[in-house]
Design a protein around this ligand. Sequence first.
Ligand SMILES: [Zn+2]
Length: 359
Amino acid sequence: MVCWTFALADTSGRVDAETAAKDHGLSFHWFPVQKTFIFEKAKDTVRFAIDMPFATYKGKSIELSKAPVMENGHILIVAADIAKILGKQQAKAEAKVPEAKAPDKPAQNVAKSKNETAGTREVRTIVIDPGHGGKDPGAQGKKANEKDIVLAVAKLLRTELEKEGFNVKLTREKDVFIELGERANLANKWDGDLFVSLHCNAIDANAERKKIIHGYHFYVLRAPESEEDKAIARRENKVATLYGEKNAKEELSPLEWFKLEARLEKYKQNSYMFTEELLKSFDGGKIVKQANGVGGAGFMVLVGAMMPAVLIELGFISNLEDEAYMMTAKGQQDLAERVAKAVTNYKAAVHSYRETLGR
Ligand SMILES: [Zn+2]
């Protein structure tokens, strides 16, 4: 989409969004999967979605006179709406100076403020979520079921984390079925500071491919960027549709992604911080890294968690060597120790970040 002329409004007052953004000195990004687009300037982002009559800015909705539409490969948006939004951005920028000078509020007497600045939430309660269970075996290897491996690792991980003084909760203690949505509800009820969902990856392919595809991978909740990540999320989400969960589906709609955006923003930084620590602690183990080790996709189990959340695929159960290692007590203990080390280092990283902010 290249247009060298200044955005011209059509009869309904709509202009080409990309051209309009550039005219205002903003950068423009289009996300075809979610059908959303953003205007960005110096880390300030306004997000729009096709056919949605509002935009989001700093977690708040701004009403638009008309929803942006897609026509002949162009995104059209009402010019007056852009002016209105840019006006708000301007006002916000001007309001920033007095805001910064305002004295810090005295410490509240509540155990923990849920409105903490992103990245400063203390790390005390770790919610471990062993994936699948009961009638849902998860992925099946030659000998083992995903649900059994992740439960075993979860229990060992709890022991390791308790040694480090963490308060640890498990979404399931035994071989029972728990709906995906309920797992996040439990984590919220327990006031978790970090949600760790444990899984084993798998591919449906011939023996040759199964031999080649192996390794660990960490996932945050994010609009998927590759078909591969989408496929993994669909497999992990399948439980919802297979086992009759209410409102079950395998993928999030563009509208749902849009609604999630502000919340994801709040926990994104910490979720990624944790994956950084996981990458370090998993380095050098028996199971190797798959691709670059970190991805994002629409995992339903992470959607409801009001805290930083990461889904860990410990290895490929469809790969004989990964499966064998994940089945042994030694392998499970090693994996648990690596996750525990990452949690401990993540806590330290958050702590030092808090200190730089003087909290
Ligand atoms: Zn799984």
